[in-house]
Design a binder for this molecule. Structure first.
Ligand code: SF4
Length: 118
């Protein structure tokens, strides 16, 4: 019961479905364009551990309360980062090819960004 009360508080700040899809699509695009680089099993476990104790996590669905992404998927992507400042995830070192592809995807995403809908 105490968990439900905690989640009610967290649900108030949950990103909308639109925001979740927008964030996840952007992350998935970056990930695919970089050649689908995964983090190691150890880093994946460390990322989820960080999320489980984070004040922003939506525990019921393991969604990030800042970007809205489903963490079991996002945390596997080497190109993805924690949106908190500072990041709560260990820095990942991308290969030159992965880095260039991720930067190109980020630039394309910025160019294609439409007007902000509130
Ligand atoms: S991705 Fe970062 S901000 Fe989001 S729940 Fe995990 S640790 Fe928290």
């Amino acid at each position: 019961m105490q968990d439900n009360n905690e989640n009610k508080h967290l649900d108030k700040e949950a990103p909308s479905l639109f925001q979740m899809l927008k964030s996840f699509t952007k992350e998935a695009s970056k990930f695919i364009k970089a050649g689908v680089p995964f983090v190691t099993k150890e880093d994946y476990a460390d990322r989820l551990d960080a999320c489980k104790t984070c004040e922003h996590v939506q525990k019921k669905h393991m969604r990030c309360g800042l970007c809205g992404c489903m963490l079991q998927f996002k945390a596997r992507m080497k190109t993805a980062d924690c949106p908190a400042t500072p990041s709560k995830w260990k820095e990942q070192i991308l290969t030159t090819e992965e880095q260039e592809a991720a930067e190109q995807a980020a630039e394309e995403s910025r160019k294609n960004r439409g007007p902000i809908i509130s």
